[in-house]
Design a protein around this ligand. Sequence first.
Ligand SMILES: *Cc1c(COP(=O)(O)O)cnc(C)c1O
Length: 450
Amino acid sequence: MSIEFCDPVSCVAAGCTATVCTGKGVPSNHTLYTRSAGVIPGGVNSSIRAFKAVGGEPYIVARGEGAHVIDVEGKRYIDLVQSYGAVILGHAHPSITAALQAAAVDGTSFGAPTPREMKLAEAIRERVPSCERVRLMNSGTEATSTAVRLARGATGRKRIITFAGNFHGATDALLAAGGSGVATLGLPGTAGVPEEAVANTLVVPYNVVPEIGNDVAAVIVEPIAANMGVVAPAPGFLEGLRAACDKAGALLIFDEVITGFRIGMGGAQAKYDVRPDITCFGKVIGGGLPIGAIGGSRAVMENLSPLGKVFHAGTLAGNPLATAAGLAALNELTQDVYMELGARARQLATLLRDACTSAGITAQFPVVGTLVGAFFGSHVPTNFDEAKKTDEKMYAKFFHAMLSEGVAMAPGAYEALFVGVGHTDSVMDQLAAAAHRAAHAVRSFEKETI
Ligand SMILES: *Cc1c(COP(=O)(O)O)cnc(C)c1O
């Protein structure tokens, strides 16, 4: 019989035990990764998944449940990736699965308005007061690129200011390179982006309020940076941006694709009490399905077509499955749940810190709300230059040691660690023990190689 991956039923049938896969008829991670790489460039559909930053080959996920993912060989990992924050209730949460099943039988896409998209937009507006109007789309990338177009259209200006180390998805105008502690203009951040596409994108250091000229359409910022590790906004930074934007007549865009509905119901804007003109969402609001959204004041948002002159459209925008899953997720996310996630985040940072300290490894695990960062070095970075000075090689070693102990962190030193509803007390206990063993394994390996 042919088996796609190791699962108790088909593997037992093929002569494997349920807990340890004997491999009979079951392809290994390596086999499947090699086969994938034969058809998908690099074997991945999002670059970071390829392990290039940490070395080695990725595990191929067969399925997930709660805090765990299970690879095709049947190995279970405590998952701190959680789809880079898109999954907050844990994998295959019953509410999400039920909502998806109910939605799927009604049909999966129509090209006409549906009640579910209206309800999700209302649910976002209820929780985030700056979003008087909400437009749904398919990814965070689409949200940031639409937000930039909207800001340019609404102000009649071209220039955009972004911050080094912030990430806004794979959209040309926002893939500009940041210089070392200085403002840079018009430098492409990747091959394939012509200078012209970033000619109006000014990249400045994070956590310093830049000068904002009267030609600036918008400043786009991650209100809590979570793509250069986790870096908190300095006191007064977000308030300073708000004031400087108001003075220059520029719009302030908060990219809350990670922080939206992860930090709390109102996102980072509620935590820091700063109201942006446009907010970008993604990740959590889709309950693990592809989604993006922008929200803002009625005056700004009504510049979007069909009411205004700024075009936006999408065949699958407001998709019935994604909006069903998103609504189910938001309904589960009460204040109590966020309190619990905050406590879990602090617990995660503490257990990682304890593990590293006991093994003599210098590391920082900053916690901002429900987000946890991991930096190997003696300082908590406040911007991209400082983040880049942390020890990426040590991150890679710790990453692999954790993976061997059955804990999946993101395969890159500049990602956040995500805990969700699935990370129960017993999972956290196992995590603490695994982290302790991993840190000591790294330490003894270091000693041997000196
Ligand atoms: C993930 C992310 C994006 C891009 O979202 P996609 O859904 O991957 O396109 C944009 N901004 C931030 C802050 C993100 O973390």
